[in-house]
Design a binder for this molecule. Sequence first.
Ligand SMILES: [Zn+2]
Length: 433
Amino acid sequence: MKGSVRLLALLLLCVSSLSAQTAPDTMPTVIRAGRVFDSEKGTMSGPQEILVVKGRIAEVAPKVTAPRGARVVDLSKYTVLPGLIDAHTHLLYLEDPKNGGALEGVKAVTMEGTPLRALHGAARARTFLAAGVTTVRDLGNSGRFGDVALRTAIRDGSVDGPRMIVSGPGLSPPGGQFPGVLPAFQAIVDEEYRIVRGPADAALAVQENVSQGAQVIKVYSNNTPNPGALSPAELDAIVATARLLGVRVAAHATDDAAVWRAVSAGVNSIEHGYEMADSTLRLMAQKGVYLVPTDVDTLTAVAYAKAAGMDGPLPQGLVDYMRSERERLKRAVNAGVPVAAGSDMYIALGTAQGPAAKRVLFAYIQAGLTPAQVLQAATLNDARLLGFENELGVIKPKAFADIIAVNGNPLDDFSAIERVVWVMKNGTVYKAP
Ligand SMILES: [Zn+2]
């Protein structure tokens, strides 16, 4: 009897040490930081202590008043920042650039399927967290609400990954983003996109997505590479219904007219925005609409060309495309458009998706933004766009304890952002030196 009690106690100990990896960490923690990035000011402080209690930041000061028994984490050799945010991900979708989007999309729907995509997404989610990305806004291409399933599994501690703000299927004009699918097979498109058929249906689509757990609405103002576009009346209905339900709207828009229509309808962010007139940028600045520039840095372009089987120097088209992206990002910043960081990294480059996605920050550096501006885009601005102002993207009292440490000072040498040594999300440590 005694022996079996001991065995039981031992078993319980094993169970509790296993669950400690996933349950919220309740032990107060004092983080000793070498320096801390102040995302609101865009500056770096000297050594600071950060007190974390029950998943939230309780105090930030040169010396905090630590409760007795608090665990101390020594990060005095490192730079501490708010957990990074990626406002445009597709964790349930990865594309072989040799095949192109339509083929790979149809394959994901017909041969991979939502359950397996969610499991693949779980593996990719870990790579985001390890790269210091503690929150993502996942914008569609996740089958039938596979994103909601993955978010729920991360939330309940079954799977390690970033916080996910998810959209469910994107609201699209006919054809979605799968050009060339014959009329008899359009049901395949319906598995990936919510095709909108008029303003009343657009409003219904928002209601459906939110009822299934979507926290943001993704719309395709135009659905490149297909030639469709949502009408102003459809966009108005989507924005009005989203506001009614208290969710925000992210609009895929690639050309100037599509951006103009989406901004006029009152969306919260423009995704991509590759072509934008100065008058459109002025309207965005005036209405406080964020640009999420899903741009490509030089290293990613080289990796993409290699993965797509292109030998030799970068194709001129890709070089011109990068130049025009950079030029419009500069114009957007100069026009006062708020910029939020988002990668749209869904290409299989032979590296993990998390670190590959983070390269988008280098695209912003290459466009001429300062390291402080880029870090603000990936913390403060993203948090504001996602509706988590003062809770995410900042290291200050009452915010969630989403905190990372990097080796080096990214304001002096931005490559430090690739050297993430420590990751905490919601007060739980997921990576340590
Ligand atoms: Zn996207």
